[in-house]
Design a protein. Sequence first.
Length: 133
Amino acid sequence: MTLALRVVLLIVSILNCVWIILRIRKAQAKIEDSVFWILFSGLLVCMSIFPQAVSWGAAVIGVQSPVNFVFLTIIFVLILKLFRLSIKLSQIESKLQSFVQSYAIDKFKMREDRMNKERQIKNENECSMGGGR
């Protein structure tokens, strides 16, 4: 792995980590979600500081170049994150659908109850008017 790539990885990782921490401070990111990005930045820092580990990982997996191993690792981690977000989105959509359905049922029941009360009041008024004559 070239020195230029190592320096770029290190600088980008540190800037990413700082940016994430600033987003947490401004309450624009949840801490649970930010942990992933901080760990991801830490992984990139480790890759830039310890190029021997990258070379070893490339040799173990059978990747020809350590640079390709870095890109492969980044792509793999981001695909895992994307999969996790897809699951989370599916769960949220399911919860939203259940909420909307229960809200619609409750609103329908409230409308029926209101109409029944209005009918009952109307019937009582008609009975009291008709009985008094």
